[in-house]
Design a protein around this ligand. Structure first.
Ligand SMILES: *[C@@H]1O[C@H](CO)[C@@H](O)[C@H](O)[C@H]1NC(C)=O
Ligand SMILES: *[C@@H]1O[C@H](CO)[C@@H](O)[C@H](O)[C@H]1NC(C)=O
Ligand SMILES: *[C@@H]1O[C@H](CO)[C@@H](O)[C@H](O)[C@H]1NC(C)=O
Ligand SMILES: *[C@@H]1O[C@H](CO)[C@@H](O)[C@H](O)[C@H]1NC(C)=O
Ligand SMILES: *[C@@H]1O[C@H](CO)[C@@H](O)[C@H](O)[C@H]1NC(C)=O
Ligand SMILES: *[C@@H]1O[C@H](CO)[C@@H](O)[C@H](O)[C@H]1NC(C)=O
Ligand SMILES: *[C@@H]1O[C@H](CO)[C@@H](O)[C@H](O)[C@H]1NC(C)=O
Ligand SMILES: *[C@@H]1O[C@H](CO)[C@@H](O)[C@H](O)[C@H]1NC(C)=O
Ligand SMILES: *[C@@H]1O[C@H](CO)[C@@H](O)[C@H](O)[C@H]1NC(C)=O
Ligand SMILES: *[C@@H]1O[C@H](CO)[C@@H](O)[C@H](O)[C@H]1NC(C)=O
Length: 597
């Protein structure tokens, strides 16, 4: 079948992209480093995967990456005759091509490292495969904390040089730099990720630089952080006298991780640089100083090591910050990171503004969290903060805490997130639980390959953070030429969707996106559809592997008639109900000989 694989390989050569990821130090990703939709695993027939937005009241009572009824291909434009269909139109011409994608994922925190280190080896192997393996979530865009964050049981930096974090003496030569027990444990754990995922894009972000690099004067104030007591509001701003030390600190960190076999692909200079509250580690870093650090040595060091400098890493309500960094360090700042916590809802259109002002700048949604979602409630936190950023130019997105114990920890006793629900809850050395976020992230990370291209959705989106109902659509073309289309249906009713591509007339994909779900459709490439038509007269051969059934079974006993045309459900899923769990995407490479006659 090698010739077929080559035949269906898609080339992007004729397209130009607003944002390319070609020099990120991570490959396009085939085989063990890719997954369905890469050149080696082409999508051979339409498929649908569904995760219910309701947080299940009991395990396995909702659809979680369940295989649903695949959309069916119609050759007729039934939009005039088919009633209440929602028409989704993707501009698949070169005009519609937007940014290239890096991937989706999560953050490594000390909490994840701690709880994973309590697992028995075989269980750790399973959880790593669930997160990074091709039969698992296959996550490809990962963040990690440099030093402690609020999801750390202890506070530390890699050079405290004193009794504890925020209480050290200056160490101008960084002689006392050390990853220490927590940093070492994190590097060792992250190194295991490569076994499952290959070259994942990994970027680091400190919550604070060492305390002595900040404008804190604890010795004058005579204060320390007291658990359970009143913690002081430290000044917590970066002392610009320590720019050379900051550069050296980041250099030593990148090289120390490399010694454990971990390649750092990106660096955010400071997590939430406008957040300097006391308690858990924070640091104020002015935008001008973020640019200054890049200009005074960090930028060239990162370039030498092939590390992407990522500006800002904070909420969408202060977009002036990344503008100042991009303007202040034009030689070095080529990416912007955003968080989702602007109230009452994030305004991701600021990302499109950046793309216009600084063409080619990569952007990412790098932090968002589900806080204590109630069982039985409908929760779209992941899709609401993955789809709109991509629509506005993001090449990837990552949820925050990946794994905790059942008490949302270990986390800082001094403040920060004490209810951030990760994807994995480790219950014991032999048991862990995958939360709904795990499956929601999988709706993206399993199906969107590195190097895929986001295309503009001309029609079909509805609503926004300001409205009570939303229907969001994200459409990427994967390296094999197939399409992964992710729908978020928060309309309160099933949506009968007709999906078409402007560059591919006379093809209308009809199917149901069930109410209160995130649903991903995989649509085969034109090359596959051409191939399966084979040499036989087009009029007599239904496009493989579609049969000419005329109804789509829905959840329960309902069926809807799709427009009565000579196409229908896929042979592989025509009898399946939507509750069949099939976490492993179908990557069948062969074409059934019956349809090749
Ligand atoms: C993917 O696999 C195809 C077929 O083996 C090969 O031609 C292509 O170069 C590979 N691409 C990458 C990025 O590895
Ligand atoms: C839920 O389903 C998974 C996959 O089929 C299975 O491994 C697990 O044991 C089930 N959990 C419960 C509580 O039934
Ligand atoms: C399908 O028909 C509708 C009107 O019924 C029209 O708006 C739309 O452009 C047509 N789509 C294509 C691809 O021809
Ligand atoms: C820092 O390093 C110096 C020289 O190696 C050592 O004497 C000192 O004890 C270290 N300080 C701390 C706080 O570890
Ligand atoms: C922190 O200290 C710096 C330098 O002394 C000062 O400019 C800044 O205003 C202080 N910030 C706060 C919030 O006190
Ligand atoms: C979102 O930001 C854009 C600028 O990118 C602005 O024009 C718009 O008014 C903002 N929307 C809201 C609801 O604040
Ligand atoms: C693990 O802990 C979580 C959170 O407390 C809980 O929802 C889940 O039921 C537990 N799973 C097991 C198998 O004990
Ligand atoms: C496959 O055959 C159909 C008719 O059954 C034809 O309309 C269509 O254009 C062919 N597909 C491609 C991609 O050429
Ligand atoms: C398609 O429909 C025709 C006429 O109803 C029927 O004879 C044929 O068996 C159907 N083909 C398939 C693959 O179901
Ligand atoms: C499809 O055909 C069936 C049976 O002929 C008919 O009852 C149904 O109304 C048709 N559906 C549409 C959307 O035309």
């Amino acid at each position: 079948m090698a010739s077929l694989v080559q035949a269906v390989l898609f080339t992007f050569a004729t397209h130009t992209f607003a944002q390319s990821i070609s020099d990120l130090g991570v490959s396009g990703g085939n085989g063990s480093r890719g997954g369905i939709g890469d050149g080696d695993h082409p999508v051979m027939h339409a498929q649908a995967y569904i995760t219910d937005a309701m947080i299940p009241l009991a395990p396995n009572t909702t659809r979680q990456l369940a295989q649903g009824t695949a959309p069916v291909l119609s050759r007729t434009n039934n939009s005039g005759t088919c009633g209440n269909f929602r028409f989704v139109v993707v501009d698949s011409t070169s005009n519609g091509a937007r940014q290239q994608m890096v991937g989706f994922g999560h953050a490594w925190t000390d909490s994840a490292v701690d709880v994973f280190n309590t697992l028995q080896p075989a269980v750790l192997d399973q959880v790593m495969n669930d997160l990074f393996g091709q039969s698992g979530n296959n996550m490809g865009f990962m963040r990690h904390t440099i030093g402690s964050s609020d999801l750390s049981g202890a506070q530390y930096s890699y050079d405290d040089n004193g009794p504890s974090f925020n209480e050290g003496e200056p160490d101008p030569s960084l002689a006392n730099f050390s990853l220490g027990q927590y940093g070492t444990a994190m590097a060792q754990m992250i190194a295991k990720m490569g076994t499952y995922k290959g070259d994942v894009f990994l970027f680091g972000a400190p919550w604070s630089l060492p305390g002595w690099m900040k404008n804190n004067d604890l010795f004058i104030a005579g204060i320390t952080n007291t658990p359970g007591g009143q913690y002081p509001l430290l000044n917590n701003s970066f002392n610009i006298g320590y720019i050379p030390q900051a550069v050296e600190y980041f250099t030593k960190y990148i090289d120390a991780f490399a010694q454990y076999g971990v390649t750092i692909n990106g660096l955010s200079l400071e997590n939430e640089p406008l957040n300097y509250q006391g308690g858990y580690p924070t640091m104020y870093l002015d935008a001008a100083d973020e640019a200054n650090i890049l200009n005074q040595g960090l930028g060239s060091m990162l370039q030498q090591r092939g590390v992407l400098a990522m500006a800002y890493d904070h909420n969408t309500d202060q977009p002036v910050y990344p503008y100042r960094v991009l303007q202040g360090a034009p030689s070095y700042a080529h990416a912007v990171a955003w968080h989702c916590y602007q109230g009452p809802y994030p305004n991701y259109t600021v990302m499109a503004d950046i793309s216009r002002a600084f063409p080619g700048t990569l952007q990412f949604m790098t932090e968002c969290s589900n806080y204590l979602p109630a069982a039985g409630s409908v929760n779209f936190e992941v899709a609401e903060n993955f789809i709109p950023p991509v629509q506005q130019g993001a090449s990837g997105a990552a949820m925050w805490v990946m794994a905790t114990d059942p008490d949302f920890g270990p986390h800082s006793p001094y403040g920060g997130c004490n209810g951030c629900l990760g994807s994995i809850v480790v219950n014991s050395s032999t048991t862990y639980t995958k939360t709904n976020d795990y499956y929601m992230i999988g709706q993206f990370s399993r199906f969107v390959r590195r190097g895929s291209v986001n295309y503009n959705v001309l029609r079909g989106n509805e609503g926004s953070g300001a409205t009570s109902n939303q229907f969001y659509v994200m459409s990427v073309q994967n390296p094999d030429g197939s399409w992964a289309v992710v729908f978020m249906n928060n309309m309160g009713s099933d949506q009968d969707v007709v999906l078409s591509f402007t560059g591919q007339g006379n093809q209308f994909w009809e199917g149901v996106v069930p109410s209160q779900t995130v649903t991903t459709w995989l649509i085969p490439s034109q090359q596959v559809l051409n191939q399966v038509n084979g040499t036989k007269a087009a009029s007599t051969v239904p496009p493989y592997p579609f049969t000419n059934t005329t109804s789509i079974p829905l959840t329960g006993s309902t069926t809807i008639a799709v427009c009565n045309i000579t196409t229908a459900t896929t042979s592989s899923s025509s009898s399946s109900t939507s509750t069949t769990a099939l976490p492993v995407p179908d990557t069948t490479h062969t074409i059934a000989t019956t349809s090749m006659v």
